[in-house]
Design a protein around this ligand. Sequence first.
Ligand code: 6PG
Length: 232
Amino acid sequence: MIRVYPDPETASHAAARSVVRWAGEAIEDHGSFGLALAGGSTPRRLYELLATDYSTEIPWRHVHLYWGDERCVPPDDDRSNYGMVRTVLLDHVPVPPAGVHRIRGELGPERAAAEYERVLAQAISLDLVLLGMGTDGHTASLFPGQLDLTDPRTVRGVSAPAGVEPRDRVTLTLRGLEAFTAALFLVTGREKRDVVEAARSTAPSAEIPASCVSPARETTWIVDRAAAGETV
Ligand code: 6PG
């Protein structure tokens, strides 16, 4: 399902409302909400909204946060996906420390991936994974040309293509992403227009890793008009 909003701000609000709805349903159904967060710049506003306008609508003490991918840098590095979430969201909402399951990228790709595979295996519930998409169709740190559709692992260390910094990363695999009940992509901007069009119009293709994510219940794409290719 794709939902188109006028601009990044209204798309971010729509994504925040989806997170609130999923949190409520998951907690009512099984007492906890397992949410995986995306890196990159697009979801920053969504995290700000969750920390402000929507913060009282989420029962944070029942929330467990995971990450779809991480760069192999220390948590206080500017490029850390966890670090961004800490500054924008975690410092402002009462998620218990036991509910924050970060990928320890500083251990290096292989050790951090092995550790995080155990973390995911112990999760109480994996409900919603938030994802973004790069202009090349990558999602989390699953890059075109590197996608192994049959990888039995849920997490792996990867080296991003040359030019994508930092290159050393840890990512959930397709299997790891699809361990979540649902996926929510948030994609905005004119520069993503062609790849959004390609992801929507072709059958799942390893050349567009984002098109291959297909969790049990649903995949929703929230995009702005520019990314949808509509005239703005
Ligand atoms: C990361 C991501 C990555 C991101 C896309 C889009 O850690 O880099 O998780 O998959 O979502 O690269 O990034 P932007 O939102 O910055 O375009």
